[in-house]
Design a protein around this ligand. Structure first.
Ligand code: NDP
Length: 473
């Protein structure tokens, strides 16, 4: 079994205690991972704190070059990292529509290089006989990054690269379910960075909680559940940590009757099911106009019947659900929908184990009050809901505590844009869903989060403003 190490102050560190990492396709132990103690966390934070002055003083172009170099190192190890992702996360190498481990590696590379190329120029507010006023962006200090298990590598890159690029140092804690790709990534890039600039500690949620109360961490960037996001916000008050919280979503899509159902059904299916539905901005509630409801249900069910779910290492369309807790949640949500009398067009029952396999499931004629509609299932199961009046569809779409994304599908772009502007969400798509890119801000409203990631807006969240007032009087 490969030995995995934490990275603290540029050193490979083990712990007296370990925890097992499970392959979700066969429930076997893949590796033992070090369980960090509070002392390890303190050492990592102290190393990051000590590295901060020199790192933040480094010329911008040097930090940009190093972030590019991290991208190049990931690329050089992409086959190994992709394989590890399949083993610990469950996703196939390619998978349905190419949204497998290779897609995650490609995303990690794209975001790495795009983050390297960002900058935060000085903003001159006034420059006249009276005064010159400049707005500068300063790094915050030590950033604590807490990542989830759905895209372990790509989300680590989303957090860490802008933090480093803008002059912060980092302590990262991956999910206990998927720490291996992150540990290997940290080992690969360790020689590129000065000791202490990027540290990784591993453990369960209690380690994450200890980060959020740590007095020497200045900001937490977190991707995960709304429930944990709320706890982090409470804990962060200890030293008024800055926060970027990218939390759960329950994205609605509204499909108007003027669409070409055959043309859009594959796109809708892909955006609901990619990564086995375990994506924050996946399409999770599909509201379809009554005139095309039956046709849409049939088109989606036909695609669902044609796909294969299995062990990711055999490159099926979809792998297992990532962990037992999530698998049990998906099973319970499906059971609740069945008990409510909803109509299952495909799937609905867990597949025989070992492994956390749940088939792609399309559910019709379902009430908005069922768990499948009201909660984020975060698995391969999609409710298809009927509407008659678009005002009613909008009301139902917005009747949610979540507000990550939403979409409107129509051949009339102007009308679709008008409707989309009334969706209560951070990103509204037209004739697509969950399309993100490194230069475009992404974040949630309501209980889907605080702040945004990506591009200049995302980079600014790793900084504070210093206003420089130069009197000329
Ligand atoms: P969590 O939000 O609990 O986990 C995300 C990260 O937070 C993990 O690293 C976790 O550690 C860590 N963590 C757990 N508790 C704390 C705490 N008190 N303080 C600080 N960090 C903590 O998600 P779950 O794994 O429980 O998933 C539950 C639901 O969350 C899913 O069903 C889905 O709805 C949503 N989710 C959303 C994601 C997104 O992309 N927005 C990603 C994953 C889940 P550890 O894993 O080691 O316990």
């Amino acid at each position: 079994m490969t030995e995995y190490h934490m990275i603290i102050n540029g050193q490979k560190v083990v712990s007296d205690s370990t925890f097992p990492v499970i392959n979700p396709a066969n429930e076997k132990v893949l590796a033992e991972c070090p369980r960090a103690t509070t002392a390890h966390l303190d050492q990592a934070v102290a190393a990051a704190r000590a590295a901060f002055p020199a790192w933040s003083a480094r010329p911008e172009n040097e930090r940009a070059e190093l972030v590019h170099a991290i991208g190049a190192a990931i690329e050089a190890h992409s086959a190994e990292l992709s394989n590890l992702l399949t083993l610990e996360q469950g996703k196939p190498p390619n998978g349905f529509a190419g949204f497998g481990a290779g897609f995650e590696i490609g995303g990690a590379l794209a975001w790495c290089h795009a983050s390297a190329d960002l900058d935060l120029p000085v903003d001159v507010i006034q420059d006249n006989d009276e005064a010159r006023i400049e707005v500068h962006r300063k790094p915050l200090g030590v950033v604590g990054s807490i990542t989830p298990w759905n895209y372990p590598l790509m989300i680590a890159i989303w957090h860490v690269m802008p933090a480093l690029r803008s002059g912060n140092t980092v302590v990262l804690k991956p999910s206990e379910y998927t720490p291996l790709t992150t540990l290997r990534f940290a080992e690969i890039v360790n020689d590129l960075l000065p000791p202490g600039v990027f540290n990784v500690v591993t453990g369960d949620g209690s380690l994450g909680a200890a980060m959020t109360t740590h007095p020497d961490i200045n900001k937490i960037v977190f991707t995960g559940s709304t429930a944990t996001g709320k706890k982090i916000m409470q804990n962060a008050s200890v030293n008024l940590k800055r926060l970027t919280l990218e939390l759960g979503g329950n994205d609605a899509a509204i499909v108007l009757p003027d669409v070409d159902v055959a043309a859009i059904a594959p796109k809708i299916f892909a955006t609901a099911m990619f990564n086995n539905g375990q994506t924050c901005a996946a399409l999770k509630r599909l509201y379809v106009h009554e005139d095309i409801y039956d046709e849409m249900c049939e088109a989606l069910a036909n695609i669902a019947r044609s796909v294969k779910t299995g062990d990711g290492s055999e490159d099926p369309d979809f792998g297992p659900v990532q962990n037992k807790q999530q698998f049990d949640k998906v099973c319970a949500i499906a059971e609740d929908a069945r008990a409510s009398g909803a109509r299952f067009l495909t799937g609905g029952e867990p597949m025989p184990g070992p492994g956390y396999f749940f088939p792609v499931t399309i559910v019709a004629d379902i009430d908005d009050s069922t768990r499948l509609v009201a909660e984020e299932p975060f698995g391969p199961i999609l409710p298809v809901l009927k509407f008659t009046d678009v005002e009613d569809a909008l009301r139902r779409a917005n009747d949610s505590a979540s507000g990550l994304g939403g979409s409107v599908w129509s051949s009339d772009l102007k009308r679709a844009a008008e409707i989309a502007s009334r969706l209560e969400c951070g990103t509204a798509w037209i004739n697509s869903h969950a399309v993100i890119q490194p230069d475009t801000p992404f974040g949630g409203v309501k209980e889907s989060g605080v702040g945004v990631e990506f591009g200049r807006y995302g980079l600014e969240e790793y900084t504070s403003i210093q206003t420089l007032y130069m009197s000329k009087g």
